[in-house]
Design a protein around this ligand. Structure first.
Ligand code: NPG
Length: 370
């Protein structure tokens, strides 16, 4: 596979409604789209770094820098014939997983298309549709949260994830659980608690939650192992797991019973699949996290989530939950059984609409092979 040209597109997409987590409130999603051009077409990847170093130290600025100085030149330098071969080119580099993942995803889309396979089949995925849920941001009051949840349930979502933080937790979860005794429910703290909050977190055991996601520090594994011993509810790690080694440590320490896999956080589809395989060998289920992706990133998430050990509903909602006008077509809609169909067309399975892309583009740059 020879890449003749690459382009980076910094975009800003207005969200349909503000999204509040323990680390802040977002109304616009910035992202970088990576485009790798060959004579037979473009492969697209999405870099999920945000505009500020809140969820992760990576930002659109750091990613732009690393992409343009290191990753894009590495992919343009010479032809490649597999994703592992590409990973070897930047194995010397530390961190910047979201930037790596974007280039790898674009390359994966091209390699899959070249093999006349959907990205899901190319990765070894089995499912044709993936169970999904919706992630609900922090609301002002428990009543407002119940109303918001009601709206999503009416749309057909069968699993609800509530964002929580100290003071916006027990009463909020209790209200939703009382209103909907049978709904699949889980919470995500985005590292808002410490071990000193164990007593408060133990109260969550009363609400029959699927899991409590990342209660403690964003780079902790050990203290999660101490907390997990005190909770009946499974802990799911997200922010703490950036590598296969982190996943191995978390399993060895029993720091969690479930892992959330995000392609950007772990540096690509190949590392994501390795973590999937490790968890599968340990009997630990995984699920696919989301980062408010456009249709480009969501198509890749669906392909990944078609692997067999993705056993819990993913944070992969319909396009309309995020954006009024997505940049990729076709858009994704929710099936009546709270699943989303995995794209079947060769490659990524979605096409970027250039006009829609231009409308949200803040800045683009093009790079050519020597
Ligand atoms: O459906 O894509 C989605 C959003 C799921 O809650 C979600 N993502 O902490 O997991 C998270 C959170 C997030 C969003 C994190 C954007 C970082 C950026």
């Amino acid at each position: 596979m020879k890449i003749e040209q690459a382009a980076l597109h910094l975009i800003a997409m207005p969200l349909v409604s503000p999204f509040e987590t323990s680390f802040g409130r977002q109304t616009v999603r910035q992202a970088i789209l990576v485009e790798l051009r060959t004579p037979s077409g473009s492969g697209w990847g999405e870099c999920v770094a945000g505009d500020a170093p809140a969820y992760s130290y990576e930002t659109t600025d750091t990613a732009w820098s690393v992409l343009s100085q290191y990753l894009v030149p590495a992919v343009l330098a010479q032809p490649f014939d597999s994703l592992p071969a590409l990973h070897e080119r930047w194995a010397w580099m530390r961190g910047h997983n979201m930037a790596r993942a974007a280039v790898e995803q674009a390359a994966a889309a091209l390699l899959a298309a070249d093999a006349d396979q959907s990205l899901a089949t190319f990765l070894g995925g089995e499912r044709t549709s993936v169970p999904v849920g919706v992630s609900v941001g922090i609301q002002a009051t428990p009543e407002a949260l119940v109303d918001t949840v009601a709206g999503y349930l009416a749309q057909g979502y069968g699993r609800i994830k509530l964002k929580i933080k100290p003071g916006k937790d027990i009463a909020f979860v209790e209200a939703v659980r009382r209103a909907y005794p049978a709904v699949l429910l889980q919470v995500d703290a985005n590292s808002a608690y410490t071990l000193a909050d164990s007593e408060r977190l133990r109260q969550l055991d009363d609400f029959n939650l699927l899991l409590i996601e990342q209660p403690l520090d964003h780079d902790d594994i050990y203290e999660h192992s101490l907390l997990q011993r005190q909770l009946r509810t499974p802990i799911c790690l997200d922010e703490s797991i950036h590598t296969l080694l982190h996943a191995r440590a978390a399993l060895a320490l029993s720091a969690c019973r479930i892992i959330n896999i995000k392609v950007g956080r772990v540096g690509g589809l190949i590392p994501a699949r390795q973590i999937h395989d490790l968890c599968q060998a340990h009997g630990v289920p995984v699920w696919c996290g989301g980062m408010l992706e456009t249709g480009v990133g969501r198509a890749a998430n669906l392909a990944l989530a078609s692997l067999p050990n993705f056993r819990l509903p993913g944070d992969i909602s319909a396009s309309s939950r995020y954006y009024t006008a997505d940049i990729a077509e076709p858009t994704f809609s929710l099936n009546p059984d709270s699943t989303i169909s995995v794209p079947t067309a060769p490659g990524l399975g979605v096409i970027v609409n250039r006009e829609a892309l231009l409308r949200v583009t803040l800045h683009s740059a093009t790079f050519s092979a020597a």
